[in-house]
Ligand binder design. Structure first.
Ligand code: FES
Length: 553
């Protein structure tokens, strides 16, 4: 039996004499990113080998920057005579991305004044300076670089119309799944490998858009500070060291720049857009409150808001912004990857095969669940984990301290597929939740207001969009507010990036807004530990006691 090689779900027989994994991928019609013609130089052809890694040739010198299950496909050959090898490019499955944020106050209601304009029939101007001569339509892209997911939106800059969008899993996973690992990788391995790999995937995404990428004259980029700065090839080392500042903040404090926003040429960005296009990175709030959080403030129109609003984007690093046009506070909560499926034994991202909602049948105690894509379950994504814990609480199988009441160490969700939920998984989720709740308490304690002073609680991000509100309130992931105050807005960051792409006024507004944000540092708050411990419990999050509501600002 020859070796069966499966790449991105497509299979064929493979042997060393048939060439590298990359060669096999080409025969299977699987596109692998490359800009070096398979000679080991560009480092873009990374694949993750999920089965049969021992059937492959040892790493070559060109692969020294990779570890674990990651290989360069152009350098890797099958050397065994029999067995099975499974691998996939870094664009794994289809992430579910909300096409548009809902419930935002400003949709379709901004002054349309993009930086790229047309003068006459064919003169194309950037900030009033001619950069091209063409009668073809003018386009721009908004890009949200998340640690886990990348979203691209293509807009017509003459009409403001949304033309298309694309999304994919961030291929930088070979540099680690969280921000700190990426910082370590980028600063130790160097060579801009993370940026180059992402640029390769962005190039594919843009080439699959329904317009000529050469008609794209501006790209607006958002992302957390690390993702943004890696993309702009800035040194991210200081973001990983106390006091966790982006190089742009450091330079601004030293008087070397007046903004934390960034601009770059097309050539340096490696994007396939017009050579005279501009790549613009929105300003950040701080090292741990990036351009994505800043973009959310645009999306909810915080600069003009009279009501007290909270924006919470739950992720590896949960961002929390609370305020209105008079005062804005923000906190970053180091929740870790548990709610994105990391560090949980049965966890997985919101991909096909993930259990996304769970219910316990009251009469039989059996689990009922839905699986993304409708196939067999492979694991549980974040929203499924929230549902599961809520149901375990509701049915008395788990107590508020996260202990299973039957004394067992694990609960079987699907025996056929070996999907179990362990008490150790609950601990991971408890700590992630504890960080979020501590952030809420610290910010409201600083404001001197109870949670029920909130007029609107925006749950931003793809994860926040899919959460079930009652389950989230039951386990204490979000405050116990009336449902009518809670708005699940989806990807507000990309919405804010689109606004900045379409409106110079909004760009200016954001430059002022980020400078007004008061950053609450959780680790220095005297009650942080108490808030964290309380937040680790699985019970509704209520307003702090009256005696704690003394203003600390
Ligand atoms: S194709 Fe460039 S390193 Fe493999």
């Amino acid at each position: 039996m020859p070796v069966t090689l499966t790449i991105n779900g497509h299979s064929m027989h493979a042997s060393a004499r048939d060439g590298s994994l990359f060669d096999h991928a080409e025969r299977l019609g699987v596109r692998v990113p490359t800009s070096c013609r398979k000679n080991g130089k560009c480092k873009e052809c990374v694949v993750e080998v999920t089965r049969g890694g021992d059937l492959l040739a040892p790493r070559t010198d060109a692969e020294r920057h990779l570890s674990g299950t990651f290989r360069l496909s152009c350098q890797t050959r099958v050397v065994a005579d029999t067995g099975e090898v499974d691998c996939h490019t870094m664009r794994r499955g289809a992430m579910r991305i909300e096409r548009a944020a809902a419930g935002l106050p400003l949709r379709g209601d901004i002054t349309f004044d993009p930086c790229v304009t047309r003068d006459g029939a064919d003169r194309i101007l950037l900030d009033g300076v001619e950069i091209a001569c063409s009668t073809a339509p003018i386009h721009g892209v908004a890009i949200d670089i998340g640690t886990t997911t990348v979203v691209v939106r293509l807009l017509n800059l003459e009409t403001g119309a949304l033309i298309a969008d694309a999304s994919f899993e961030n291929p930088q996973r070979f540099g680690g799944s969280d921000v700190m690992s990426r910082i370590h990788y980028d600063t130790t391995v160097g060579q801009f490998l993370l940026q180059r790999t992402l640029a390769g995937y962005l190039t594919h995404a843009m080439e699959s858009l329904p317009v000529d990428p050469q008609t794209i004259y501006e790209a607006v980029v958002v992302g957390n500070s690390t993702m943004r700065d890696i993309f702009f090839r800035h040194d991210v080392y200081p973001i990983g060291q106390t006091p966790y500042r982006s190089i742009t903040e450091i330079e601004m404090a030293a008087g070397k720049r007046t903004t934390t926003s960034l601009t770059q040429t097309t050539a340096k960005s490696l994007l396939p857009i017009h050579p005279k296009a501009r790549v613009y990175g929105l300003p950040i709030i701080s090292g741990h409150l990036g351009a994505d959080a800043a973009a959310c403030m645009l999306a909810v129109d915080l600069a003009h808001e009279e009501r007290l609003v909270a924006i919470m984007d739950i992720g590896t690093n949960t961002e929390l912004i609370v305020g209105n046009r008079h005062r804005i506070l923000a906190a970053s909560c180091p929740a870790g990857p548990a709610f994105e499926g990391g560090s949980v034994s049965c966890g997985m991202p919101g991909l096909d095969g993930a259990i996304e909602d769970v219910a316990v049948d009251d009469s039989t105690g059996a689990f009922r669940f839905n699986v993304i894509g409708g196939g067999a379950p492979e694991g549980i994504c974040g929203s499924g984990l929230v549902d599961l814990m809520s149901e375990l609480l509701r049915t008395g199988r788990m107590n508020e301290f996260g202990r299973f009441e039957d004394g067992q160490q694990r609960i079987t969700i699907d025996s056929a597929r070996g999907i179990h939920f362990r008490e150790s998984d609950v601990n991971e989720l408890a700590q992630a939740k504890g960080a979020n709740v501590a952030g809420l308490h610290v910010v409201f304690h600083t404001l001197g207001l109870p949670f029920d002073a909130i007029d609107v609680f925006y749950l931003a991000g793809g994860f926040g969009r899919r959460l079930k509100i009652e389950a989230s309130k039951r386990i204490g992931l979000i405050p116990n507010l009336p449902n009518e105050k809670i708005v699940q807005v989806g990807n507000a960051a990309i919405e804010g990036a689109c606004m900045a792409l379409l409106s110079r006024a909004k760009r200016q507004e954001l430059e002022h807004l980020v400078k007004r944000v008061e950053h609450c540092r959780l680790e220095t708050h005297p009650q942080f530990f108490d808030f964290f411990v309380e937040g680790c419990q699985f019970k509704p999050v209520e307003a702090p006691h009256e005696e704690t509501l003394t203003r600390s600002d």
